[in-house]
Design a protein around this ligand. Sequence first.
Ligand SMILES: [Zn+2]
Length: 134
Amino acid sequence: MERQYDDPHLLVLKDKVHHGDARDVTIGDDGVLWMQGQICVPNVDGLRELILEEAHSSQYSIHPSNAKMYKDLRQHYWWKGMKKDIVGFVARCLNCQQMKYVTSADRDSGVEVGADHHRLYIPELELCSIDLSL
Ligand SMILES: [Zn+2]
């Protein structure tokens, strides 16, 4: 995490800590910035995207919703606008988009689909739809 100080925003935070202006932020012995116990992720080299990718696509067979992702990631990471980034990431996920497309195409085409068919898709739709309460 030595890359933290490549991010100007985190440099400002560090400065604030030194001036006693940022009570929520602490600096570890190794110089790492922590926000209320979560590591501050710098905005460098797509690092944040990487974390989102990891949390969204690799851990689960069914993609988690942005609300679930935020809850999980928030335990370990912090960055400014994290919630917004997660919502954007899930909205851009091709897999989640496809799932939505398939479901709405079925509905729009007016084809009668059986109850079993519905049951197949509904959990995916719920998991991947954007949670507006965020
Ligand atoms: Zn997805």
